[in-house]
Design a protein around this ligand. Structure first.
Ligand SMILES: Cc1cc2nc3c(=O)[nH]c(=O)nc-3n(C[C@H](O)[C@H](O)[C@H](O)COP(=O)(O)O)c2cc1C
Length: 225
């Protein structure tokens, strides 16, 4: 059994990931940025193949990560996380600098930035995982605390859009929650459990002469748990 809610307990930070150069670039919100090795210093990030930024990372072989904090203005999430740079120049109207690889780096009110050179790309089906050597890193401020996905969801009431690796189809989640809330019945004689979530016929709809498949007790010997 896979209870998708188990995955909700994995914690993440939130970042703006950019790629390109000083001529043209793009960026998106990511929760999948993580250090993979210390020596050499390497970072990985997972990017949906449909993200416009994925084409820049593949073409230019660079990406930057800017660490967001708890007071990051909602416009940053709206701009970089819910709209695609396929339709407009996403770098307009925000502050950027360009790193050692000419990578655009989002610097507007962020805690830290890291610039990476791609050394390996792993095809994960819907997403590409880019692994990069760190070529530059700077701390810009140390307050407020870094934005976590939990804070974003609980305090900011933000949800993950379809391209995020953590996206959950609300219909599937609802169906799972409904399944989990279905009742179970236990045989008082042998402890056999009749689980409405896995049986084809709900316990209440079983005929009166139905008997426990393990010990033969009658239906009325079952109680709801
Ligand atoms: C909270 C949050 C987390 C996200 N995490 C990821 C992620 O880890 N990987 C990803 O590919 N997209 C992620 N997304 C979705 C992209 O940011 C979104 O699809 C964006 O519009 C893509 O922009 P682009 O097409 O200009 O590259 C996330 C969005 C939000 C709001």
């Amino acid at each position: 059994m896979i209870n998708i809610e188990a995955l909700f307990s994995i914690s993440y930070g939130l970042y703006v990931v950019c790629s390109g150069d000083s001529q043209k670039g793009n960026g998106y919100i990511s929760n999948t940025c993580f250090q993979v090795t210390a020596d050499p210093l390497r970072i990985a990030t997972c990017c949906n193949k449909d993200n416009y930024t994925a084409s820049f990372i593949q073409k230019k072989g660079n990406f930057s990560i800017s660490v967001l904090h708890e007071a990051t203005i909602p416009e940053v999430f709206g701009h970089f996380g819910y709209r695609s740079g396929k339709d407009f120049n996403k770098l307009d109207g925000f502050e950027f600098e360009y790193g050692a690889l000419d990578t655009p780096i989002f610097i507007q009110d962020v805690l830290a930035t890291i610039e990476c050179k791609v050394i390996q790309t792993v095809d994960l089906g819907t997403h590409l995982m880019f692994i990069g050597d760190v070529v530059g890193a700077q701390v810009l401020q140390d307050q407020p605390d870094p934005m976590t996905y939990l804070f974003y969801k609980k305090v900011k009431k933000g949800v993950a859009p379809k391209n995020a690796p953590t996206y959950v189809d609300p219909e599937k989640l609802k169906a799972q929650q409904q399944t989990q809330s279905l009742p179970k019945y236990k045989c008082a004689a042998c402890g056999y459990i009749y689980d409405d979530a896995v049986e084809e016929v709900p316990f209440e709809d079983l005929p009166d002469d139905w008997i426990c498949p393990t010990c033969g007790s009658e239906k009325e010997d079952f109680y709801k748990i």
